[in-house]
Write a protein that binds this ligand. Structure first.
Ligand SMILES: C[S@@+](CC[C@H](N)C(=O)[O-])C[C@H]1O[C@@H](n2cnc3c(N)ncnc32)[C@H](O)[C@@H]1O
Length: 291
């Protein structure tokens, strides 16, 4: 019999949670989304999934996991959404944005700029990219298209709505807030909404970085893949980086998170700036197919 995992607070748990339950959850989410759950995440997994066990009316993890494993698509989505960590903010890692602006301006008007934000979470990152593009081109309709994807459909819906509690923009310069956000009134007071011109630049789509096919067509000028690789093991990271190669323009950039490095893919990418990478060898786009 599998050992019962105690909560780190020592308090009794509503549902029995065993080592076997934790291992089943870990296997399911690793195989689907590449997320590697260390044993230190047991409490987190319990608290996030206990809500799903309760909501689906089961009284134990084993039966709930049997049910999820049988592929009820609605519960499967809720299961996956429960297990991702979605922390983000506007202009997180601010050094990336001037570099992006410089890169796209360098392209002149040679082509429509195409950018992919591959772990967009609740949208602060793709909207920060859109604001940077407006400033770079001095226009609210710059020649730029941004694809924003995430495996978590709940956060992506929030991203698409473009509505945020006012505290989320408190750290932004006042002139940015004024230019790029509309203040809510009445029932919306305490919230801001991004200007529709920013939303028009972005297409939101659910996408799993590990899925067999991605809803993305290259060539891309830049890929933002920030603060998501940390959840993957080295093997998964490499697999994803290999997928990026044929999607990029010869001088395309990949933006990574502050604690992510691509040293194990040094045959594919080299450092171009602080946590910004470029291709070692451009891919021949004549061979490119829609992947
Ligand atoms: C910590 S947030 C980072 C958000 C943003 N990129 C940033 O740096 O602020 C990680 C995001 O990666 C998403 N994610 C996790 N696994 C994924 C996968 N296999 N495919 C796509 N997105 C994934 C999560 O849903 C979450 O929204």
């Amino acid at each position: 019999m599998s050992s019962i995992l105690p909560s780190s607070s020592g308090r009794d748990r509503e549902f029995k949670f065993t080592q076997d339950d934790f291992e089943r959850v870990s296997k399911l989410i690793y195989e689907h989304a590449g997320i590697s759950l260390k044993s230190s995440k047991q409490d987190m997994v319990y608290s996030r999934l206990a809500r799903r066990v309760r909501a689906t009316g089961f009284d134990n993890f084993r039966d709930y996991l049997d049910y999820v494993g049988k592929n009820d698509p609605v519960e499967w989505e809720a299961f996956v959404n429960s297990l991702t960590t979605n922390l983000t903010s506007f202009f997180r890692e601010p050094h990336h944005f001037p570099l992006l602006a410089e890169h796209v301006i360098k392209q002149g008007r040679s082509h429509q700029i195409s950018l992919w934000c591959s772990a967009a979470s609740t949208g602060e990152e793709p909207y920060s990219i859109a604001m940077t593009m407006v400033d770079a081109f001095g226009s609210f309709s710059p020649p730029v298209s941004i694809l924003a994807t995430d495996v978590n459909t709940t956060v992506l819906a929030k991203a698409e709505s473009g509505v945020y509690p006012i505290e989320h923009v408190e750290k932004l310069p006042a002139d940015k807030v004024k230019r790029f956000f509309l203040r809510g009134t009445g029932t919306q007071s305490g919230f801001v909404k991004v200007r529709p011109e920013l939303q028009d630049m972005i297409t939101f789509r659910p996408a799993n970085l590990l899925a067999e096919s991605l809803p993305i067509r290259g060539p891309l000028d830049a890929i933002f893949c920030r603060n998501v690789m940390i959840y993957f093991d080295k093997q998964t990271q490499l697999k994803i980086l290999q997928r990026f190669v044929p999607l990029l323009q010869p001088d395309g950039l990949v933006f990574a998170g502050h604690s992510e490095s691509f040293y194990n893919a040094s045959h594919l990418f080299r450092l171009r700036g602080k946590t910004v990478y470029e291709l070692v060898k451009p891919y021949s786009h004549e061979r490119q197919e829609n992947i």
